[in-house]
Design a binder for this molecule. Sequence first.
Ligand SMILES: *Cc1c(COP(=O)(O)O)cnc(C)c1O
Length: 382
Amino acid sequence: MKQIMPVPPPRAEVRVDLTALEHNVALLARTAATSGSAVMAVVKADGYGHGAVQVARAALRAGATWLGACSLPEAVTLREAGITAPVLAWLDVPGEDVDLGVAAEVDVSVSSLRELHEVAAAARRAGTRGRVHLKIDTGLSRNGCTPDLWPELVAEAATTPEVEVVAVWSHLACADELGHPSIDAQAARFATAHQQARAAGLNPLRHIANSAAALTRPDLHFDLVRPGIAVYGLNPVPVEFDLRPVMSFHSTVVLVKRVAAGEAVSYGQIWTAPRDTTLALVPVGYADGVPRSLSGRMEVLLGGERRPVVGRICMDQLVVDCGDDVVREGDEVVLFGSGERGEPTAREWADSIGTIDYEIVTGMSRPRVRRTFTGTSALVLA
Ligand SMILES: *Cc1c(COP(=O)(O)O)cnc(C)c1O
């Protein structure tokens, strides 16, 4: 590729390694294939903050055959990018433009008669059949139809000519806690719901497994598995798998200064230099996705070494203590990554502040953060 102008070092940059992503999807596809199942790569929330369209294309190249989105607009965005693989959208709001979804041949999840009727009406207007996945609530109590209303929903779906029931599906509450009794309890309710759908004359696909179940419960693979976090190389279970983190977060030293012992740093002056030291200013803060609650609890990789961030993390800036080492303006700062070079990981951030890495990576989708794709397929896309 020809570069016309030198690219300045990034203020805040998320790098998305599509080679790592393809590796993860291929691993998930092989795992699913052992039980005759296929992969629906979940790309909701802009691909967990990685870029939904680019992630979707790479996942399909690596062996996923379906895509999962949360909202109808998310699903339609994939269609607008020219992606033709089956896409399921599972959480529309009343009055959301189901017509747009049906016209774009997006599969729509249905949890109630109201939703079923909305899809049927949209299909009638479009002169086509609406593809639906009937969702049974097996114990998460979010969306999905409760077991008591389920027989009525499947009976109505089976006798509504405007809809094609593609699948019966559900979602697990505790799949990441291996052996949790709720997993089998949900599986039993799922089996009953599937039998009832068949008794109503339907012959649907089945899917219930998120990443954790895709990796650890082959008995719950059924026709499709729906991994999200594992696609991005983050492991939700306490068992080793060869997953490679896809996202890394980078910035640049913009100012270096020497301060004397006793000088305090940043708002509230919660940190004071215990000795003369060199400070490096990095132009990222909580507006760029660095949680303020990491103040006093994070390190960055700078000049090949991990160094502590000192004082409060601000909206736009943070300060790194470099001791007596030589650091220069323009030096690269790695805030998190795969950990291969010794840098912190998204998991480490999450553990430090009592959250999950899902929240860290989805939190990096910010207007000020540049997103760059690397890896072989990034070239194909360019
Ligand atoms: C987000 C989501 C997934 C993927 O979950 P992971 O834990 O990221 O694998 C699967 N199914 C549904 C319904 C979801 O909302």
